[in-house]
Structures are given as C-alpha cells and as structure tokens.
Ligand binder design. Structure first.
Ligand code: PEP
Length: 251
C-alpha cells in the first residue's frame, strides 16, 4: 500500500513571516492525519524558519530546486547539503517552470536527482507534456523519454523511494485539470515504463503524484485512480483552508 503525499509547491510566494504563519496554522489542522504525508515547499529564504516551526510534527519540508554539486563557484545556486542543513527532507527537481524558464533538461534533472539521493534528500521528479505535445499525440513519447533519461541510474532502494510527479504543463496554474481518466492513463504508462527500468517491486512501491490545478473539489476523484498516489499542488496549497482540505481529502 503506497502512502499518499500531498505536497504544496509555493513557488515564488510568501515571506518568511507569512510562511511560518501558514505552517503554524496547517500543523494544528492536520495533527491527527496519519495516512497522508504532508510536504510544504517554501522559497529558500523561508526553509529554515518553516522547518523549525514544523519540527516534531507530521509536516515535512521540501525545497523547490537545487544544484547537483555540494559546493563551489556557482553563484546564485544552492546545494543539497545546504537544503539538508536547513531542515529539508524532499526536493522538487525539474518542475516544468524550471524546464521552461531556466533551461532544465532531462540530463540536469538526472544529475540533480542522483545528487539529492547521495546527500540524503528524497527527490520529487517532475515530468509532463506541453499542450502542443499532447495535441500532436506525442504525450507518451515525451513522458517516456523524461522517465527513461531523467530517472536513470537509481539503485535498489532509491528506485522505490523516488517520488515522481506527473504534471501536464497545460494543466499547471490554468484551472484546466486533466480528467481523472486522462491522468490515470499517463500514470499507468509511467508505472509501466518504470517497471521496465527497475522491475515490478520498485514500480509497485514508487509514488506517482499528479499535479495541475488540483483543488479540494477534484482531489477525491483524482485520488480514486489506482496509479495516482498524491498531489503536487501550486495555487490551492497557498491557502490554509484549501490545503487542509486537500490533505484531508475524502477517501
Ligand atoms: C505546480 O506548481 O506544480 C502546480 C501543479 O500548480 P497548480 O496546482 O497551481 O496548477
């Protein structure tokens, strides 16, 4: 049985004070939740304060990006060791906004994913097709390549611990959610591809999150799909009430 994850990607939102206030409210709302992993991903400057505020609770912290090197002359970058030091357990890798605006490729995604594991972080690796790719009927080609290249080289334990987030680019921040059937079709394909790479046991354990306009009113239908193991959520994870509802989605 795979434990669902409800991860909130705050993108470039919230000051330190706003982030701490948010997590203080959420942690008391969800203190009784045991059947869902809760992950908030604030901006870098708020990581340590949010991690301190969440210490000893069931709320985990994730970062939104990292460099693959441990240290060095990489102005403006942050390393996995620094994220760990700030209190992170997870790190989002290869979000479509990073691929689109900051030149992230399957190759850099792979380097970052392997480095995250090497330093004790759990990577949440994002994949997903654009609208043009879906309309050209090449969704499976694009997503298959992202999985084969981006998720290559994992060892035994890593292949069941890695988290994958399928996020169709056309559904992110647009209010257009993939239908539960559309999402399930791709999730099933991703698990099949992962089975070819790492075998049945790892594929049965790996958690595949859906992202793209997940809201309290569509989360339950999405979560009923057999291959959807949680959500990576932007907009609806920025408000305490809606994020709480997502975490406590109707089983
Ligand atoms: C995201 O940021 O990964 C995302 C899916 O955003 P939204 O939920 O706002 O579509």
């Amino acid at each position: 049985m795979r434990k669902p994850i409800m991860a909130g990607n705050w993108k470039m939102h919230k000051t330190i004070a706003e982030s701490v206030d948010f997590v203080s409210k959420v942690k008391s709302n969800v203190s009784d939740v045991k059947d869902c992993e809760i992950v908030v991903c604030p901006v870098f400057t708020a990581l340590k304060s949010v991690a301190d505020a969440a210490k000893g609770t069931n709320v985990c912290i994730g970062a939104q990006n990292m460099h693959w090197e441990e240290k060095g002359a990489f102005t403006g970058e942050i390393s996995p060791k620094m994220l760990l030091d700030a209190g992170c357990k997870y790190v989002i890798i290869g979000h479509s906004e990073r691929r689109q605006y900051f030149g992230e490729t399957n190759e850099t995604v792979n380097k970052k994913m392997l480095s995250a594991f090497k330093h004790g972080l759990v990577p949440i690796v994002c994949i997903g097709e654009t609208l043009a790719e879906r309309e050209k009927n090449i969704t499976f080609d694009v997503v298959g390549k992202q999985v084969k290249e981006g998720l290559a080289g994992l060892t035994g334990n890593q292949s069941s611990e890695v988290v994958i987030a399928y996020e169709p680019v056309w559904a992110i921040g647009t209010g257009k959610t993939a239908s539960p059937a559309q999402a399930q079709e791709v999730h099933e394909f991703v698990r099949k591809t992962f089975t070819e790479m790492y075998g049945k046991d790892a594929a049965a354990k790996v958690r595949i999150l859906y992202g793209g306009s997940v809201k309290p009113d569509n989360v339950s239908e999405l979560m009923k799909q057999p291959d959807i193991d949680g959500g990576l959520v932007g907009g609806a994870a920025l408000e305490v009430d809606s994020y709480t509802k997502l975490i406590k989605f109707q089983r």
